[in-house]
Write a protein that binds this ligand. Structure first.
Ligand SMILES: *Cc1c(COP(=O)(O)O)cnc(C)c1O
Length: 387
């Protein structure tokens, strides 16, 4: 079969591959401890499920507007005003099948052959592949342990060419868990404004912050930054709604209209009753978020204590999301070999940094219970001793 050049240049998701292997081992009855999954282990809070069930009962089971249920678009716009200081109305919002789909719609609407998209590494696995699928060129800028894996304004300046169309900015970050301080966001915004490029702020982890870390939305820095910012986010990580597939894109009306057209010819509306769960998530009490955050905070401390005690591991303290990203350069083993052997000999699953463009690192997700974290970290410690 002759497949397109478009699809042949795309790498399958390595995070999904490891997860598949770990799940297959579990099915064989092997006691696998997994740090590889990028999703909360909690159930969706009951009031959100109840809202979707009520919507089902009320017959919200038909096609809806491609752009999303009008009420949800409004509620998202209100949230962006209230929480993020971004002046958007319902027209500025498109409801998508998750944050991944919102980024994909954006790439199709904004990027074409010849366009360069700047992506700091370590990056979320899908960014470069989406740019390639849209026909654009990903420009990867490697960051270092010394800057906490954050791109500096100088690095951004240097990566910009006349072909640069977009900068992909993700804070808190998957895979590093690092959070850009408000000052760092402002410094990057100045470069964006001065060089007049677009930025997409992937803010899907904005509520998962520790140690008093603060989230500043790129578009809230100044009116000039607002004009060049597009927001991508969703409900999956904050409200344990990964399987619901509800996210959104927010930005200038022209861009949103273009993305609605694309969505109208590809997926049409997001599952109608799922959108009513999302309305409840934003409109009702946020206590559930605080509860999950408290659990994540405890687990984060447990896993950090273990990792910091392992010789050869250098682990910057993450201030957001639910990942830690230790550097293993001192051990002299590639991330892929490390993870393969760890899974085979100790039945512990983690994701090699090479999947995120950082071959010196390993990603551990602590979206799992404390007991599993302890058992898994004991096995990891033994494994590193055996190297
Ligand atoms: C999980 C994730 C998303 C999107 O997830 P959806 O399930 O599609 O909403 C987007 N960006 C990053 C960095 C993520 O980790």
């Amino acid at each position: 079969m002759k497949l397109t050049a478009r699809v042949q240049q795309v790498t399958p998701s390595m995070t999904l591959a490891i997860d598949t292997k770990a799940k297959a081992m579990k099915r064989e009855g092997i006691d696998v401890i997994s740090f590889s999954v990028g999703e909360p282990d909690f159930d969706t809070p009951p009031h959100i499920r109840a809202a979707a069930e009520a919507a089902l009962e009320q017959g919200k089971t038909r096609y809806g507007a491609a752009a999303g249920e009008p009420r949800l678009r409004e509620v998202i716009a209100q949230k962006l005003q209230r929480d993020n200081g971004l002046c958007y109305g319902a027209d500025n919002v498109l409801v998508t099948n998750g944050g991944k789909h919102s980024l994909f719609n954006l790439m199709l609407a904004l990027i074409e052959p010849g366009d360069e998209v700047i992506i700091p590494a370590p990056y979320w696995v899908s960014y470069p592949e989406m740019v390639k699928l849209a026909g654009g060129t990903p420009v990867i800028v490697s960051t270092t342990l010394e800057t906490g894996y954050k791109i500096t304004p100088e690095q951004l300046q240097q990566a910009i060419t006349p072909n640069t169309k977009l900068f992909v900015f993700n804070s808190p970050s998957n895979p590093t868990g690092m959070v850009y301080t408000p000052d760092e966001v402002k410094a990057l915004a100045s470069v964006i404004v001065e060089r007049d490029i677009w930025v997409v702020a992937d803010e899907i982890y904005e509520k998962l912050l520790y140690d008093g870390a603060q989230h500043l939305s790129m578009g809230a820095v100044s009116p000039e930054a607002y004009d060049r910012t597009i927001v991508s986010s969703g409900f999956a990580k904050t409200y344990a709604m990964t399987g619901w597939r509800v996210g959104f894109l927010a930005g200038p009306v022209d861009l949103i209209k273009a993305a609605i057209t694309i969505q109208g010819h590809s997926t049409s509306n997001v599952c109608t009753f799922a959108q009513y769960g999302a309305i409840a998530a934003y409109e009702q009490s946020q206590d559930c978020v605080q509860q999950m955050l408290a659990a994540f905070a405890e687990r984060r401390q447990v896993i950090l204590d273990y990792l910091n005690a392992i010789p050869g591991f250098t682990c910057p303290k993450p201030e957001g999301a639910f990942y830690v990203f230790p550097n293993i350069a001192q051990l002299g083993i590639s991330s892929l070999e490390f993870c393969d052997k760890l899974l085979e000999t100790q039945q512990v699953a983690a994701v090699p940094g090479i999947a995120f463009g950082a071959n010196d690192c390993i990603r551990f997700s602590y979206a799992t219970d404390v007991d599993s974290i302890r058992r898994g970290m004991d096995r990891l410690t033994q494994f590193v001793r055996s190297l």
